[in-house]
Write a protein that binds this ligand. Structure first.
Ligand code: NI
Length: 179
């Protein structure tokens, strides 16, 4: 395992579409281990392979209690490979997000409120879940990374993008963020 460098917005790899995983092998397990170790180092909520410069359709997330939804079940510790997201209805919600590739900032981002997501775990076993709220937000944020999309690209009002500070409404870092 290794802690890897997290690429920052402006790095060209963050704008690339990642490739489907075709072999569930030791190389993939190494990548997943690096993602977990790197995410833990920075106390993230999730991390996409693209963010450490690996253009594979692999994201990891969860394993913590959401401070925004303390009464809801925590997001399970999840490795999601070759993900497919299907919105459940057209409804969207907006909330603050942050990103390890856009450090120190928060933005107000629309996402589908409820989604079904499916894909494979690191052993190649297929699974799917129907989720809503913060869980749905985190999954959409992470999977966007695999298509070269960062949360500022999703924003409709760039006056609601700013650095974390006491007088910025997205300011409290514990209150939001997706990865
Ligand atoms: Ni991110």
């Amino acid at each position: 395992m290794a802690i890897r460098e997290i690429l920052k917005m402006g790095h060209p790899l963050l704008l690339k579409r990642a490739d489907e995983v075709t072999h569930f092998n030791g190389e993939l397990r190494q990548l997943v281990a690096d993602l977990w170790e790197t995410m833990a180092q920075v106390n993230g909520a999730g991390l996409a392979a693209t963010q450490i410069g690996e253009l594979s359709r692999v994201v990891v997330f969860g394993g913590f209690v959401s401070p925004r939804y303390p009464d809801k079940p925590p997001i399970p510790t999840t490795v999601l490979i070759n993900p497919v997201i299907e919105p459940q209805g057209a409804e969207q919600s907006e909330d603050w997000e942050g990103c390890l590739s856009v450090p120190g900032m928060r933005g107000w981002v629309p996402r589908y409120t409820a989604i079904r997501y499916s894909g494979f775990d690191e052993k190649g076993v297929a699974f799917s879940r129907e989720v809503e709220g913060f869980h749905a937000r985190v999954v959409q944020h992470e999977c966007d990374h695999l298509d070269g999309v960062l949360y500022p690209h999703r924003m409709r009002d760039l006056t609601r993008l700013g650095f974390i500070q006491p007088d910025f409404p997205g300011g409290a870092p514990s209150e939001s963020a997706a990865d």
